[in-house]
Design a protein around this ligand. Structure first.
Ligand SMILES: *[C@@H]1O[C@H](CO)[C@@H](O)[C@H](O)[C@H]1NC(C)=O
Ligand SMILES: *[C@@H]1O[C@H](CO)[C@@H](O)[C@H](O)[C@H]1NC(C)=O
Ligand SMILES: *[C@@H]1O[C@H](CO)[C@@H](O)[C@H](O)[C@H]1NC(C)=O
Ligand SMILES: *[C@@H]1O[C@H](CO)[C@@H](O)[C@H](O)[C@H]1NC(C)=O
Ligand SMILES: *[C@@H]1O[C@H](CO)[C@@H](O)[C@H](O)[C@H]1NC(C)=O
Ligand SMILES: *[C@@H]1O[C@H](CO)[C@@H](O)[C@H](O)[C@H]1NC(C)=O
Length: 398
């Protein structure tokens, strides 16, 4: 079993909130890895590209708020949070033979909820921030991007960043870039992507054919800090760190190589994205945001009554580690249920070698936007029907 606590010291801090008003939802490993996407490929099994999913085990091909509430475990700490958060997984493409090997994840992805006055480090709760409506969903980032764009990725956008964490030596320094960095042959303290999701809402529902339209990024404090077009509500700003362990590939690439590919064929890293579907217990965020202030000190802990103590508390590390959902799709993705990557135990599993990316995704290097290809994406039998599986989820407690 891995523990979240020993590695909390490694957490990076979002630039806009160095000392700000926020809490961090520790997460364990993904609850599942499969080609499913209830936001953009509603009901399709499989969907277009493979995702790593954290959060509740109610995750399904078609989802609404009620479906999130069927979760009986989660890989995110607060019991009140039955949301799902999902992102494309990363493959290592061997520069010598072209094979794809899934990059193992580290069991400490982080989800931050930023409640600070925007960028002012004032340590005050922005009272214009309110909880997500029940059926709320959104995407941060864009799977089709293959080039840097400061409007979309800069400080008033997603703030996308990839980070090779060195070990303080001149041979292995920290190296970061908006897309995949190069110039390293190991990242001894991990490889990570970080991204901020938008938080200003125009009141509309999520529209799969224009997925970013209903949301915008703030540029200043308060509801007036949202663009005029998006002032119906301002939500906590979600910032996600997605951690990977590339040690198993040391020696297989040189500093000039860029051997990483996101599952939608993105060899640049600019297409990294995170999807969110709200599953927070109604009232929990409104009640806790004004008082839950751990910031980067972790004090008070998330289990405190000022945080989630009065809203179910938090899952134990063992409960998080044991929360796994059997994939509804059966293809090889490089992850085999119920395998768990365990870098801390020294066992780096990667679930086999693939000769091609799942879903026939072709590799694109930009700078033009990619047109995502698809094969064997299946349509739902009934529009809007929740896909039922025999096995809702398995949470084996020790
Ligand atoms: C390609 O090389 C990797 C090691 O990087 C190895 O695991 C894989 O089996 C090789 N693929 C083939 C088809 O031999
Ligand atoms: C960046 O993205 C914005 C919004 O999509 C677009 O209007 C702009 O042309 C892009 N800039 C570049 C340099 O591609
Ligand atoms: C830094 O990391 C490299 C690559 O993993 C390793 O060979 C080296 O021993 C490390 N140095 C220190 C001082 O930890
Ligand atoms: C949360 O608070 C906002 C006002 O700040 C209110 O509009 C909304 O209805 C509240 N939501 C719940 C579920 O209490
Ligand atoms: C999808 O199509 C590819 C290529 O035709 C095939 O290799 C793969 O087995 C198919 N996967 C599923 C789940 O049908
Ligand atoms: C969650 O529900 C499933 C399916 O009913 C059940 O097998 C499992 O034991 C439950 N887990 C917990 C932690 O209650």
């Amino acid at each position: 079993m891995f523990r979240l606590a020993p590695i909390l010291s490694l957490l990076a801090v979002p630039a806009a909130a160095q000392h700000g008003y926020y809490f961090v939802l520790g997460t364990g490993m993904p609850v599942t890895i499969e080609r499913l996407d209830p936001l953009l490929s509603d009901g399709k099994t499989p969907s277009q590209h493979v995702h790593s999913v954290v959060g509740g085990n109610g995750f399904a091909a078609t989802m609404d708020y009620a479906q999130t509430q069927t979760s009986n475990c989660s890989t995110v700490q607060p019991i009140a949070d039955k949301s799902n958060y999902w992102m494309p997984i990363l493959y290592f493409q061997d520069p010598n033979n072209g094979s794809f090997i899934r990059v193992p994840e580290q069991p400490y992805h982080k989800i931050y909820s930023l409640l600070d006055k925007y960028g002012t480090s004032s340590n005050t709760y922005d009272t214009s921030i309110q909880e997500f409506p029940q059926e709320f969903r959104m995407i941060g980032g864009d799977a089709t991007l293959r080039a840097e764009n400061d409007t979309l990725m800069g400080p008033y956008g997603s703030g996308l960043e990839w980070f090779c964490h060195g070990n303080g030596t001149t041979e292995f320094p920290d190296i970061s870039a908006v897309g995949f960095p190069t110039g390293f042959t190991a990242c001894p303290n991990g490889f990570a992507a970080s991204i901020t999701l938008p938080s200003c809402w125009n009141g509309d529902d999520f529209n799969p054919s224009n997925p970013s339209a209903h949301m915008a990024y703030p540029t200043a404090d308060g509801i007036d800090g949202c663009p005029e077009t998006h002032r119906v509500a301002r939500f906590p700003q979600i910032f996600v760190e997605y951690w990977l362990n590339i040690d198993t590939f040391d020696g297989l690439y040189t500093a000039d190589d860029s051997p990483f590919v996101l599952t939608m064929g993105d060899a640049t890293g600019y297409g990294f994205h995170v999807d969110f579907i709200n599953g927070w217990e109604s009232g929990a965020l409104n009640a806790t945001m004004p008082t839950c202030t751990p910031g980067n000190t972790g004090n008070p802990p998330l289990s405190d009554p000022t945080c989630f103590g009065n809203h179910g508390g938090i899952y134990t590390d063992d409960e998080i580690a044991d929360c796994l959902l059997q994939p509804t799709t059966t293809e090889a993705t490089g992850w085999t249920y119920p395998e768990i990557d365990n870098p801390q135990g020294g066992a780096l599993t990667h679930g086999g070698v693939l000769s091609a990316l799942p879903g026939c995704q072709t590799i694109t290097k930009g700078p033009d936007r990619a047109v995502l290809t698809t094969c064997n994406e299946t349509s739902p039998t009934t529009e809007g029907e929740v896909v039922q599986t025999d096995e809702v989820g398995v949470c084996n407690f020790d």
